[in-house]
Design a protein around this ligand. Structure first.
Ligand SMILES: [Zn+2]
Length: 318
């Protein structure tokens, strides 16, 4: 039957997994990326993670058919070259991750943007399994997206399609790291939700978050926990963020008319706290609203997505 290796390459960790044809993880490994130690070190970590799983496959009596990788940045999937490296992985600029892995391991390798592969993973193995047209949005430290049309990833003419985090939601809104103002990412990411909580607390708004956070740092996760206990301010912060996300999704739905929209990333773990205001806003704005679903992959979304990429290409040539 055979298995594939799915590698989620991030700025802080490289997480890889052996994944079978049904999207099930047989074993996984996680290594620190340590970008500060330079490009060669990061390569060694990548090879180390893949090598360990190659050995692991033998113990399952399975052959590794291909390696799929999801990496930050703008990637040309045909050559596997990182055309524009992300700020958290500057070492990748101009590198063909595909060539690197194929030459080292003698196995087929495929690479795409990290959020793109998550979108494909949802379509092949996740909540959108069996659907052909989906928009996936990862809401975490930043906001990224991936678009699948006709069962295939849509890359656009310069491989930058799906950058939903930089849709303008408020024309003169807060400055975004991309340089524009009022982007979705500057209004609804995890760190923004946490920062907004601190701003309201500094203004003296009553919330149990103050007592629970104590001297510790306020995180989006903590805001979600306090919100689920019924705290009015914390709930409002998710309503605000959800509203902005819903505005962006409504436009995407109008433009693409997908079968569904899948929400993943750390902030999606807040569940209905964020999904419910998104759905409310979409019901108000989209011409033809479609279901908005929560990803169930959690932390494994990147590895399963990368494996989905490998299975996608293996099946395409079969
Ligand atoms: Zn932006």
């Amino acid at each position: 039957m055979g298995v594939v290796i799915g590698v989620d390459i991030g700025g802080t960790k490289i997480a890889a997994a052996l994944v079978d044809e049904s999207g099930r993880i047989l074993s996984s490994v996680r290594l620190q990326t340590r970008t500060e130690l330079g490009r060669e070190f990061v390569f060694e970590q990548l090879k180390g993670a893949i090598g360990e799983l190659m050995e692991g496959a033998k113990s399952f009596g399975e052959e590794v058919l291909a390696v799929g990788m999801g990496s930050p940045g703008v990637i040309d999937p045909a050559s596997g070259v990182v055309i524009k490296a992300a700020v958290n992985l500057p070492q990748w600029q101009g590198i063909s991750l595909k060539q690197l892995v194929e030459e080292h391991f003698g196995v087929k390798a495929f690479v795409d943007n990290d959020v793109n592969v998550m979108a494909l993973g949802e379509c092949m193995f996740g909540v959108a399994a069996g659907l052909q047209n989906i928009i996936f949005i990862a809401i975490g430290t930043g906001i990224g997206g991936g678009i699948v049309i006709g069962g295939k990833l849509y890359h656009g003419s310069r491989f930058t399609a799906g950058e939903v985090g930089h849709i303008t939601v408020i024309p003169d809104g807060p400055k975004c790291p991309c340089g524009n103002y009022g982007c979705l990412e500057a209004l609804a990411s995890g760190p923004v939700i946490a920062r907004r909580a601190e701003e309201y607390m500094a203004k003296g708004v009553k919330t149990s978050l103050r007592t629970i956070a104590g001297d510790g740092r306020v995180t989006c996760e903590l805001v979600a926990k306090v919100a689920s206990d019924g705290d009015v301010l914390c709930r409002r912060l998710f309503e605000e963020a959800g509203r902005y996300i819903g505005i962006a999704i409504s436009s995407l739905m109008n433009a693409i008319n997908p079968d569904c929209v899948v929400i993943g990333g750390g902030v999606a773990q807040a569940g209905e706290l964020i999904l419910s205001p998104i759905r409310d806003e979409v019901a108000l704005r989209a011409l033809s609203p479609v279901p908005i679903l929560q990803s169930r992959f959690g932390d494994s979304a990147g590895q399963i997505g990368a494996a989905a990429l490998a299975w996608f290409y293996l099946k395409a040539v079969a």
